[in-house]
Design a protein around this ligand. Sequence first.
Ligand code: SF4
Ligand code: SF4
Length: 230
Amino acid sequence: MIVADRKSIPEIRDMIKDYDRVLLVGCGTCVTVCLAGGERETGILGSALRMSMRLIGRGDMVIDECTIERQCDDAFIDLLAPRVADYDAICSLGCGAGVQMLAERFTKTPVFPALNTQFIGILQSQGVWTEKCAACGACRLGEFVGICPIGRCAKRLFNGPCGGSKDGKCEIDPSIECAWQLIYDRAKELGVLEKFEEIAEPHDWSTALDGGPRKMVREDQRIDDLKAKD
Ligand code: SF4
Ligand code: SF4
């Protein structure tokens, strides 16, 4: 999932305080699961912002809330569209993709982000999310026994650990596991350690963000007449 957390109330307040009617828009998918921008968090943010606005003399401001299933999918934005004309600005609790999708769709309405999008990761334990994938566009998990040296090694090493690995932890932070210790342990467990005697190929970063903004086209899924709505 995309993992995100919320900006502070003063940060959000300062972005929207000059508008009279603001719609907070939550998203029912990744940011709901990571407890940052779902229906519940949108309601809590709405209450907190209304109180905060009163404290700066903007108690007259209208701040309403709604949550759609996905902000990165035009079909769900259709459900939001009839409401948007009633507001001067939107504050999105979607990830960065959701915020930009709303900005693309509602060209005359300012759109602000309520969240900081962090990474692609998993719920490691209650209240703890960890990064697992850097979306490099050319997955090599098959080479590395299912543990990603791009997303999980601080130095993105492909041929074993650096000298800083200590007691299974990464030198950048003793709470972070050394990806290469994990790769080694799992390879040993699977009986495939000899695979790592060969030098791994350098990575082709052209498919990652380094190659510029990315786009994926599935010709088998395209319907030419179906264009994004205004
Ligand atoms: S190799 Fe690339 S796509 Fe695969 S998990 Fe790592 S960063 Fe993600
Ligand atoms: S300690 Fe391990 S995870 Fe950290 S940078 Fe070195 S090899 Fe990578």
